[in-house]
Design a protein around this ligand. Sequence first.
Ligand code: COA
Length: 324
Amino acid sequence: MRIIGTGSALPEKVVTNDMLAGFLDTSDNWITTRTGIRTRRLLSTETLRELALEAAKKAIASSGLTPADIDYLICSNVANSYVSPSLGSIILGQLGCCCPTFDMNGACAGLVYSLDVADAFLKTGRARNILVVAAEQPSRFCDWHDRSTSVLFGDGASALVVTGGEGFFDFRLTGNTHTDVMYYKRSLEPTPYDRVEERTQPLVMEGREVFRLAVESCIEDVDVLLERNGLKGEDIDLFLLHQANMRIIECIRQHLEQPKEKFPTNIQKYGNTSSASVGILIDELSRAGVLKEGATILISTFGGGFVTAAALLKWSEILYGKEA
Ligand code: COA
C-alpha cells in the first residue's frame, strides 16, 4: 500500500494559552513547558462534518483520482453528535463517493488502525483505492472547567488516499485494557429492563499514567519495528509521532538518540487533535516538500484503551498539481 493523496482541515478559531488563562487557573508558561502547546484550533462556527469533507476533498484532488474511483471509505472518529449513522456515511454523499463505509474508533491511534485495515483490504483485493479520513472534535469531550484536560486538545481533520504499491512495509498494533486511565462516557437511554443510570462523563484522565504508558509502549513499538526489519534509528529519515505532548515526543527521541530535525511537530499550533493528528502532520510535511521520494518514515501513535499503532513506510512524492 502507498499513499497517493493527502488533505487536512482545521477550524478558523485560534485559541491561545492566554485566552484559556482568562477563565482557567492556568498560564501560558505552564501549558508551554508541560506540553509544548501554544495555540489550538477549536470548532466554533463550522462543524466536524465540514472539516472532514474539506480534508477528504483535498486528499482526493491531490491523488488524481475522482470520487467515483474510491471503493472504500474508512472514517476514524472517536465521537460526534451522531452515534448512527457513522461519520463516514454522513460525508459519503457530499463527497460524491458511492462505496461501503464504516467508522473506526481506535482512539488517537485510529488513523493508523484504519491504514492497517486498508492495507489488508488492498492485499486481499477487496478494494483498489481507499479513502481514510480522521476527523475529531476532542474539545467536546472535555469539561472546560478542568484545566488538566481541556488545555491539551484541539479539533481537526486529515485524510489520506491509499492504493496498492510499494510504500508501507510493516505495521505494529497493540491493545490492552487500561480503561480507567482515560475515558469519555456518554449516557444511554434507559429501558424497562436496564435502568442502570448512565450519565455523560467528560474526559477523565490520569495524565501521569497516560504519559508513562505512552512513552513505554511507543518505545516498544518503535524498537520492535526497527529490529524485525533489520533497521536502526539512523536508517529512519523521519519519525512522525502522535502529537499529544512535546515531552512524550522528546522521551522517545532521547531513547532513539536521533537528532531533533528527524521529529517534525505541529503540536505547538494545533494541540492534540486525536486521530487526526499524525495525518495533519503528514499532509503539511508532504505539501511543504519535506517528505522526499524514497524517505523511510516511522509513524507511531497511541490512544485511550490503551492502544498503540505504528507503521514503517517508504514515501512516494505527491505532486499536488505541480509538474514532475
Ligand atoms: N495549568 C496549571 N497547572 C496545572 C494544569 C494547568 N493546565 N493542569 C494541571 N496542573 C497542576 C496539577 O494540578 C498539579 O498541581 P499540584 O502539584 O499542586 O497537584 C501540577 O500541575 C502537576 O500536575 P501533573 O499532572 O503531575 O503534571 P504533568 O507534568 O504530569 O503534566 C499532563 C500533566 C496532562 C500535561 C501530562 O501528564 C500529559 O501530557 N500526560 C499525557 C496526556 C495525553 O497525552 N493524553 C492524550 C493521550 S492520546
